[in-house]
Design a protein around this ligand. Structure first.
Ligand code: C5P
Length: 232
């Protein structure tokens, strides 16, 4: 794969904070993820700004709406020049196919990734929202739905990566958060893996936030992570 496997989560409150961080890293060392908080505060201008600077941007807005609305939103995101975007698989097969057809029509085609179940959901909540299977089985079923709708991959916890790799094949992208460096604090993440462990489980891309954004020297932390996963 060309470029780094590391996607840094820009979980900042506004554009100035995000840009101050982006100035400390380079597109050769990492890709950048813009989520709901930052996009709501800073909007598409920040996305295009970072794209113009040469960064691969993952727009993490987890679209979930009727097929027409999601397909149009995906096309707008593609037109911003993002490298990756995601939709929620609970939107169903028709929505996923509409999203994929929309980005297939885009002049610049981003990677389209599905969110299965949020890792904040446990079995009790899965049953509360009417899912007949437990979380593990539901995640597998939704990943298969993403694969059958010809999405490029899913976001999953690194613990699920090996099973999903087997289920969905070698070309299906697995994007995994919940990564912590050996010896660094877990923060609010429950079950974490190190970068090398996640890649060994089959992860293609690692979403890493605080261990890099709060590091005294983000660039050297990134370099150490990139070295750690190169040997895998
Ligand atoms: O700071 P930290 O490395 O925990 O950041 C992880 C990033 O991945 C955050 O942007 C978080 O919202 C995101 N994420 C996650 N767990 C998921 C899906 C996304 O931590 N299941």
């Amino acid at each position: 794969m060309a470029g780094s496997r590391v996607i840094v989560a820009l979980d900042f409150a506004d554009a100035p904070e995000a840009l101050a961080f982006a100035a400390r890293v380079t597109p050769a060392e990492c890709r950048l993820k813009i989520g709901l908080e930052l996009f709501t505060a800073a909007g598409p201008d920040l996305v295009t700004h970072l794209v113009t600077k040469g960064f691969d941007v993952f727009l993490d807005l987890k679209f979930h709406d009727i097929p027409n609305t999601v397909s149009r939103a995906c096309l707008r995101a593609a037109n911003l020049g993002v490298w990756m975007l995601n939709v929620h698989t609970l939107g169903g097969g028709k929505m996923l196919e509409a999203a994929r057809e929309a980005i297939d029509r885009a002049s610049h085609r981003p990677q389209l990734i599905g969110v299965t179940l949020l890792t904040s959901h446990g079995d009790e909540e899965a049953s509360q929202i009417g899912l007949r299977d437990n979380v593990k089985r539901s995640v597998q079923r939704l990943a298969e739905l993403a694969r059958d709708s010809r999405l490029d991959g899913v976001v999953c916890s690194a613990q699920e990566a090996a099973a999903l790799r087997q289920l969905c094949g070698s070309h299906f992208l697995l994007v995994t958060p919940g990564i912590r460096l050996a010896g660094s604090p877990a923060d609010d993440q429950q079950r974490t893996l190190t970068p090398a462990e996640a890649v060994a489980q089959g992860a293609d891309y690692l979403v890493i936030g605080r261990p890099i954004t709060r590091a005294a020297d983000p660039l050297s932390t990134l370099a150490a992570i990139n070295r750690e996963i190169l040997v895998h």
